[in-house]
Design a protein around this ligand. Sequence first.
Ligand code: NAD
Length: 290
Amino acid sequence: MTERIDGHTLLISLIATPIRHSLSPTMHNEAFAKLGLDYAYMAFEVGNEELKDAVQGIRALGIRGSNVSMPNKQAIIPYLDELSPAAELVGAVNTVTNKEGKGHLVGHVTDGTGAMRALKEEGVEVKGQIVTMTGAGGAGTAIAIQAALDGVKELRIFNINDQHYQTAEETVKKINGNTECVATLTDLSDQAAFKQSISESSIYIDATGVGMKPLQEESLINDPEVIRPDLVVFDVVYIPKETKLLKFAREHGAKKTINGLGMMLYQGAEAFKHFTGEDMPVDYIRELLF
Ligand code: NAD
């Protein structure tokens, strides 16, 4: 590190809390080192209370960009100067750019494009498909909007009746009002409708986090009849690498099961491109970290 950092080194930050567990600092710093780019990436424990000052700090210090995670993804929007069209539609930001350090901050969201690229790299085409998904929180909204922008024919969202249900209703309205995709929302308690929807879909996406601690013993699908040999099952969770859902789907003959590692990698790669203008060496990073 001391060989790399000098008076010219440019800083990229990550602002979130909790954040010490994040893979992002290692991912970006390894990629900078591999490409010989004079940047350093640091994580800062920042919550909503410190957020306004932190954003001023980005401007004042000429920090060239920042990743943003919970609980700041929506809260940061009023402090930014501009949003990308996708961030505007999603209503959340995970990447901020500060071009040439001049203080004009643009918010982007790369979770949805990261998820779509992860599917593409696995040979899964979303265009023209019927997709069923569960979860409409931060990750689910970004995926839903990007899937619609990328040409999914029908997107059927199922959510439990919690505080995210309303977000899901808004997402469905945005998709139907701004894209060619036909989106619907159904309460997940209607299990017959959920199973029927998956039987008509080529892709099922679980964006709920069920399957990750403390719900690692749970899965939203437990009926073997739901899994077909032409169904792709994608779970955004990456710890564990194989959730109960993915194991169940694999054992019952799903066409493909995909975990959240690719989404994690490609959302980072797109942020890296925004920060540096360069392509992240994704094969190298995948080998090193995943
Ligand atoms: P969130 O809290 O914003 O949303 C969670 C969603 O799941 C909501 O729609 C909620 O209604 C639903 N839900 C919660 N508990 C449920 C249950 N028991 N049964 C059914 N539905 C339930 O969370 P988020 O920020 O969207 O994160 C969701 C998951 O996505 C987490 O596991 C997170 O780690 C993962 N994630 C992965 C990546 C990646 O790059 N792979 C990126 C972001 C988030």
